[in-house]
Design a protein around this ligand. Structure first.
Ligand code: UDP
Length: 322
C-alpha cells in the first residue's frame, strides 16, 4: 500500500489517480489546509492527518500496511516563506522529520519526495542539470534543500531509500477535466491568465519586460501535472535501485508573453494585460536538463506543446469543481 502525504493537493491528487489507474492500493493523508477533499479519488482511502501530529502519524502506520510513501505535504508560497519563515521551517522541515521518524519506527524505508528547481537558486547556466550548484534564494527553497540533505544522512545511517523529484513549473490539469489546479490565493501564471481571459480577474500583470530574453519576459519550463504523476510512479518503482535527486521538466523554455499568446489561441479570446515591474527573486530563465529522468526513470514527457498543456487548464477553468 502506498501512502500519499498531501494527496489532496494539486500534484498529489493527480498522482493518486495515476497510481490507482496502475493498480496500486493508495491511502491519502492530508490536513486539507490547502488540499481539497473533492480532489481525492473515491477509490483511495482518505485520512485526515497533520505532519505535526506524531500520534496520528503513528496510528496511520500501525493500522495500514504501508510499503512506501510519496510525500507532497508542504507549504509552497515563496513570498510567504520570506515573510513567515517559521511556518515553512516548522511545517516543511520538522513535518518531514516527523514523517521519517514514524516511517523508521515502522520499518518503512521508501520515500519519493516533492522537491523543486527553487533549490538551485539563481541559475549559473541553462539548461539546469542535477549537478548545478544549489543556492536557494528563499526559505521555501532552503526547506526543500534541507530535506534532500536529511535524506542523504538517513540513507547512510538507516538505509533510507529516497528519490527527490525537482519539479520545474507544474501546469495543466487532468485530461478528463475531473481534477485540476486550485490554489487560494492563486499565484501561478497559467491559471491567472485564463481567469483574466474569463473575466474572473481584471487583468494579468506581466512581471518585468526588460529581462535578457528574446521578448524581455521571463522564461520557464512548464511541465504537465499528468507527466509529473507518471514520474512519481516510475520513481516509486525505482526505489531501492537508485537514491538521489532527479529534475522533472520538459527542457523547453516558454516566456510569459508566449504563455499569454498561447492562452489566447486556445481560448479564442483576448487576455487583458498590464506590464508591471519585475517581481523580486525571479530569474530570467529556468529550464531543465531532463536527461537523468529519461535515463534513470525511463520517463518521457507526453505534453511538449504548451498549447496542449494550456488546453487542459482551460478545460478545467471552464468547469472547475473546487
Ligand atoms: N508571472 C507574471 N504575472 C503573474 C504571475 C507570474 O508575469 O501574475 C510570471 C513570473 O514572473 C514568472 C512566471 O510568470 O516569470 C511564472 O511564475 P509562477 O508564479 O507561475 O511560477 P514560478 O516560476 O514563480 O514558480
Amino acid at each position: 500500500m502506498i501512502l500519499v502525504m498531501g494527496g489532496a493537493g494539486y500534484i498529489g491528487s493527480h498522482t493518486v489517480r495515476h497510481l490507482l489507474d496502475q493498480g496500486y492500493e493508495v491511502i491519502v493523508a492530508d490536513n486539507l489546509y490547502y488540499g481539497h477533499r473533492e480532489a481525492v479519488d473515491e477509490r483511495a482511502a482518505f485520512i485526515y492527518t497533520d505532519l505535526m501530529d506524531l500520534l496520528s502519524l503513528d496510528k496511520l502506520f500501525t493500522f495500514y500496511p504501508i510499503d512506501a510513501v510519496i510525500h507532497f505535504a508542504a507549504f509552497a508560497y515563496v513570498g510567504e516563506s520570506v515573510a513567515e519563515p517559521e511556518k515553512y521551517y516548522y511545517n516543511n522541515v520538522i513535518g518531514t522529520t516527523n514523517l521519517l521518524h514514524t516511517m523508521l519506527a515502522h520499518n518503512v524505508k521508501k520515500i519519493v519526495f516533492s522537491s523543486t528547481c527553487a533549490t538551485y537558486g539563481e541559475p549559473q547556466y541553462t539548461p539546469i542539470d542535477e549537478k548545478h550548484p544549489q543556492n536557494p534564494i528563499n526559505p521555501y527553497g532552503r526547506t526543500k534543500l534541507m530535506i534532500e540533505q536529511i535524506f542523504a544522512d538517513y540513507e547512510r545511517a538507516y538505509g533510507l531509500q529516497h528519490i527527490a523529484l525537482r519539479y520545474f513549473n507544474a501546469a495543466g490539469c487532468s485530461q478528463d477535466g475531473k481534477i485540476g489546479e486550485s490554489h487560494t490565493p492563486e499565484t501561478h501564471l497559467i491559471p491567472l491568465v485564463l481567469q483574466a481571459i474569463l473575466g474572473k480577474r481584471n487583468l494579468i500583470q506581466v512581471f518585468g519586460t526588460d529581462y535578457n530574453t528574446p521578448d524581455g519576459t521571463c522564461i520557464r519550463d512548464y511541465i504537465h501535472v499528468e507527466d509529473l504523476a507518471v514520474a512519481h510512479r516510475l520513481a516509486l518503482e525505482k526505489l531501492g535501485t537508485y537514491n538521489g535527486c532527479i529534475n522533472l521538466g520538459t527542457g523547453i523554455g516558454t516566456s510569459v508573453k508566449e504563455i499569454i499568446t498561447a492562452a489566447e489561441q486556445v481560448s479564442g479570446k483576448k487576455c487583458p494585460v498590464e506590464y508591471a515591474p519585475r517581481r523580486a527573486g525571479d530569474p530570467a530563465r529556468l529550464f531543465a536538463d531532463n536527461t537523468k529522468a529519461k535515463e534513470i526513470l525511463g520517463w518521457q514527457p507526453q505534453y511538449t506543446d504548451i498549447k496542449d498543456i494550456i488546453s487542459t487548464a482551460w478545460n478545467w477553468e471552464l468547469k472547475r469543481r473546487y
